[in-house]
Design a protein around this ligand. Structure first.
Ligand code: C5P
Length: 405
């Protein structure tokens, strides 16, 4: 997907070993449709040559405020006016200090100072040794630049080039890309807590076997990512799936429907939206053996009894928090035919204001889907698109149905 189509990004490099990651970041930004103008400090040039960044961005790199290539000789004005965002990656401790002081004696800090603050956002991806990161001067400076309007992205934790281990690594290029994409998404769910279930459940028969289903969890994970990008605080209760956790999303892993219900009940009280995308097993084995069930040589398979699982969505939708309208519940229906009729009936049965229907066999495990939204007013189709696109559309549909806060 061209998630940054039409965006012009000024990618600023200050001095640090993490400059090597900026090369990959530049490629990722371009792959997502952005145009990238690289600006490097003199210190950055010690770690990475402009040749590499020019080749990757397809544009000449700027490093000097005295660059005479600009007809008006004002690269700091021209570069900062053209940008949809300025991303400094890596952003060194020294560069943060320069921003705090409003220094203007080299091009990158000069163009940050010269940018129209209300129109051109400044995002910082700090990168430094853990002691430098933890130093009160750095933390004080970070608080100040944030107060002055910069968006300070997080740092990673782990091995550092200096041989030490701790906080201060620059986020990985893919993480920075995710942060930048998220930054441009309208914050229609700001100050909302969203709880989502996703994936299948696994109902154990014994320690090694159980029943489950083919839900991939992709739709629920896409919605979790989209909700977080829209500004929500997101908790994702996930059955057994091997999907990476979207950035900034709190993930609670569960196995069975009963565990899923317990986790959901724990978080539902403080949530304002509950989206049930999980394919919860309708039944579980009546008994689960603590030891592996062995063949007994009789040729007779064991007789399995089943009991019904709790209906998580219906339980939550009947809770006082939902009945008073403080928790907006959204259900999903995976059907094989007669989608509108089944989705309408399911909405009534579950007692939810919004039910989202999809054709199960056409979507399980796929990266795209088509949705049918059914509410008290009627229905609306969201035509076939990637789950990521649909997740954003669904988040917008949910947001406009929420009570004002
Ligand atoms: O009844 P059915 O399984 O078709 O309903 C689907 C919807 O109900 C989905 O939103 C699913 O996440 C939710 N559900 C649930 N707990 C169950 C069964 C379904 O939350 N035990």
């Amino acid at each position: 997907m061209n998630e940054l189509a039409g965006k012009h990004i000024v990618l600023g490099l200050s001095g640090g070993v993490a400059c090597y990651k900026a090369a990959d970041l530049c490629r990722l930004l371009i792959k997502e449709g952005a145009t990238v103008q690289v600006v490097m400090t003199e210190a950055a040039g010690q770690f990475m040559t402009p040749v590499t960044m020019q080749a990757l961005s397809g544009r000449r790199v700027y490093s000097s405020q005295w660059d005479a290539r600009e007809p008006n000789n004002m690269p700091h004005i021209n570069l900062s006016r053209e940008a949809d965002a300025i991303l400094i990656a890596p952003c060194s401790a020294d560069f943060i200090a320069r921003l705090v002081q409003g220094r203007a004696d080299e091009l990158l800090s000069l163009l940050c100072l010269a940018r129209p603050v209300d129109r051109v956002p400044l995002l910082l991806a700090p990168a430094m040794n853990r002691e430098m990161w933890a130093h009160p001067a750095t933390q004080r400076n970070l608080a100040q630049v944030a107060q002055d309007g910069a968006v300070v992205l997080g740092v990673g934790n782990g091995d550092q080039a200096c041989g030490e281990t701790g906080d201060g690594r620059m986020l990985e290029p893919s993480e920075l890309l995710e942060e930048l994409v998220a930054f441009f998404v309208p914050k229609v769910l700001a100050n909302r807590r969203v709880l989502i279930t996703a994936g299948p459940t696994f109902e154990a028969m014994d320690p090694v076997r159980g029943i489950t289903n083919l839900s991939s969890g992709k739709m629920g994970f896409s919605i979790a990512r989209a909700a977080r990008e829209a500004g929500a605080d997101v908790t994702l209760v996930a059955g057994p799936v091997h999907l990476p956790t979207p950035r900034g999303v709190r993930r609670v892993d569960v196995q069975s429907a009963q565990e899923m219900l317990a986790a959901v009940e724990q978080h539902a009280q403080s949530a304002s939206v509950f989206i049930a995308t999980a394919a919860v097993a309708d039944w579980r084995p009546a008994t689960s053996s603590s030891q592996k069930i062995k063949k007994d040589g009789s040729g007779q398979p064991p007789v399995l009894g089943f009991v019904e699982n709790p209906d998580i969505l219906a339980t939550v939708a009947r809770s006082p928090h939902a009945l008073t309208g403080d928790l907006f519940c959204v259900g999903f229906a995976a059907e094989s035919h007669d989608l509108l009729a089944h989705a309408t009936a399911k909405r009534a049965r579950k007692g939810v204001p919004l039910l989202v229907g999809n054709i199960g066999p056409a979507t399980f495990g796929q990266d795209d889907n088509a949705l049918l939204l059914v509410d008290a007013q009627g229905h609306r189709e969201l035509p076939r698109a990637s789950k990521r696109t649909l997740a954003h559309q669904l988040v917008a549909e949910i947001a406009r149905r929420l009570p004002e806060q």
